[in-house]
Design a protein around this ligand. Structure first.
Ligand code: ARG
Length: 547
């Protein structure tokens, strides 16, 4: 059994060993890939506790968040007609599925925790992996969590401020952000206290979300079938009489906007890849998780959208950013509005729970890799009631929760706290639109690079064991679409794009400081030296590979 010491004598290269081992390497083959390949999760991996249902709950729990309850407006107003909007929803789901399928292949071939960080490191080396970790940890994960918590805060705020009717004043921004922070820290503390508490809560949130979506579907069908008369405009009946494709937009740019809104609602399909190393049986369960989560979510979203059309006129759907609440008030009056607003905020809190769980682990892996200070790669704290002393003694230290007396837990506390602090920062200062645009450009750039890596890996290491192989068209389609989305983002949001570029450049500097000059530069340096000396023994490859 190979073990990795993480401590003061941190050797970055030793940690990279398993990743550079090739399939022909006897050591590599003799190791059980699911337990010993990789530096990540020295302790967490040993727990190997993630089952199929936990994985499913992490993926579906993050996917169903804010999008299905608030994106329909954007999809509808851009697509122009109910039929076109439904097609966009279907298309977004299938595209997300192509990305997720590509990630299954990667997760099977490189069964490490950390998601794209592990894949990029194996395929393209340390610098791209570091840059992904850097951007994901500092901006993408906390930024997207901030978006979700702000939406949770808005819905909760409108319940407390009695501001559910479309024409009433929205709750004050301070209140929205305070509620957002409350949700965020509640979820973070829960997950710090116990992994089980986090996953259990996730399951409960997921049930509530699924029940809400089923309720929307059933209510829609009842309204459609019985012609049940409702106040506030009543069922549109538009779906009976109208042509579902009348008014469809002819502008490709509008479809890009719609697609982007749809993809946000399906985003989160890579959530389980962050913890593949912790799964009991990744090569069996990873495909099962994705291939059950994706159709489930696609069907739920399509049914919910059809239901919206049964109850509300499409012009209302296109102009209301709180479709679900509008749906509730239309059918049941203000009580319905309150119930649906609560359901949406619970859905967002559930997504926050699912993303907090994996963000914590992403930071933790980066801490272990040496990308971040090693404190972040530690588990738990020892807190004893008698001495009242708290400290991160060693990474095996447990957190003893005084009120529960005998509850001992191990969670990546420092990692989750870093994530929560950054998320709070974005929640407080971030403008919603800026966060969404930044997330789009950065997120799809890395999705593109990672899935491109799958294609590269097929050529470079054809014999690498791949428990799951996707159809080669799948990554190609996904790459084309993500490239298209990134290019739209670049032109649509030049300022945020510049922000992404600057942030990545800062990342290069940080990499240099923490890890050393990037290999390509070292190789170049070595080459120059080689030319100067003109001696083969000191050739560049020896210098370049020395590290
Ligand atoms: N699909 C989620 C929603 O509708 C958003 C997921 C954001 N992605 C993430 N990795 N946090 O709210």
């Amino acid at each position: 059994q190979r073990s990795y010491s993480v401590g003061s004598t941190f050797d970055f290269n030793a940690h990279l060993f398993p990743l550079s081992a090739s399939a022909n390497d006897p050591l590599y083959l003799s190791l059980d890939p699911t337990t010993t390949r990789g530096p990540s999760f020295q302790n967490l991996e040993k727990q190997k506790s993630i089952t199929y249902f936990n994985g499913l709950s992490l993926v579906v729990g993050l996917q169903i968040g804010s999008g299905i309850f608030s994106s329909p407006a954007q999809v509808n107003s851009s697509a122009g007609s109910p039929g076109a909007a439904l097609l966009i929803w279907l298309l977004s789901g299938i595209l997300a599925w192509t990305g997720a399928s590509s990630y299954i292949e990667l997760g099977g071939a490189i069964p490490l925790s950390g998601g794209a960080q592990a894949y990029l490191q194996h395929i393209f080396g340390d610098l791209p992996a570091f840059l992904f970790a850097w951007v994901a940890i500092m901006v993408m994960r906390p930024g997207s969590s901030a978006i979700i918590s702000i939406i949770a805060g808005e819905y909760l705020g409108s319940v407390f401020w009695g501001a559910l009717a479309e024409d009433s004043d929205p709750p004050p921004q301070v209140a929205v952000k305070a509620l957002a922070l409350l949700c965020l820290w509640g979820i973070t503390i829960l997950n710090c206290l116990s992994t089980k508490a986090g996953t259990r809560a996730g399951d409960v949130f997921l049930m509530i979300k699924l029940v809400s979506l089923i309720a929307i579907t059933v209510i829609g069908i009842v309204v459609a079938v019985t012609g049940f008369s409702v106040k506030d405009g009543g069922p549109s009946n538009e779906w009976k009489t109208g042509n579902w494709f009348k008014g469809s937009s002819r502008d490709p740019g509008a479809y890009a906007v719609a697609l982007y809104a749809g993809l946000w609602a399906f985003d989160g399909w890579d959530n389980v890849n962050y913890i593949t190393g912790e799964m009991k049986n990744p090569s069996r369960d990873l495909p099962r998780v994705i291939h059950s989560a994706m159709p489930l979510v696609i069907v739920c979203y399509l049914l919910a959208n059809i239901s919206y059309f049964f109850v509300l006129p499409s012009s209302v759907i296109a102009s209301s950013t709180t479709v679900a609440v509008r749906f509730g008030t239309t059918v049941f009056g203000s009580v319905g509005g309150i119930l649906f607003a609560l359901a949406v905020s619970i859905s967002c809190v559930g997504a926050l729970n699912a993303t907090t769980f994996t963000s914590g682990r992403l930071v933790y892996v980066a801490g272990k890799q040496g990308y971040l200070p090693k404190l972040f790669g530690k588990l738990g704290v020892r807190f004893s009631r008698s001495s009242g002393r708290a400290g991160g003694e060693d990474q095996g230290a447990t957190l003893k929760v005084p009120i529960f007396g005998t509850a001992y837990t191990r969670t990546p506390i420092y990692a989750m706290l870093l994530n929560a602090v950054l998320t709070s920062f974005f929640t407080v200062i971030g403008s919603f639109e800026a966060l969404v645009a930044f997330y789009g450009v950065a997120g799809y750039s890395f999705y593109f690079l990672t899935v491109l890596g799958l294609i590269v890996l097929r050529y470079r290491e054809p014999d690498l064991p791949r428990p799951y192989r996707c159809w080669i068209i799948t990554p190609i389609v996904f790459c084309c679409v993500s490239l298209f989305l990134v290019s739209r983002g670049v032109f649509g949001a030049p300022i945020q794009t510049a922000g992404v570029v600057v942030f990545v450049l800062i990342g290069v500097v940080v990499f240099w400081v923490r890890v050393g000059p990037p290999k390509s530069l070292k190789r170049l340096g070595g080459k120059l030296r080689f030319w100067k000396k003109g001696r083969k023994e000191e050739g560049w490859s020896a210098v370049g590979e020395a590290r």
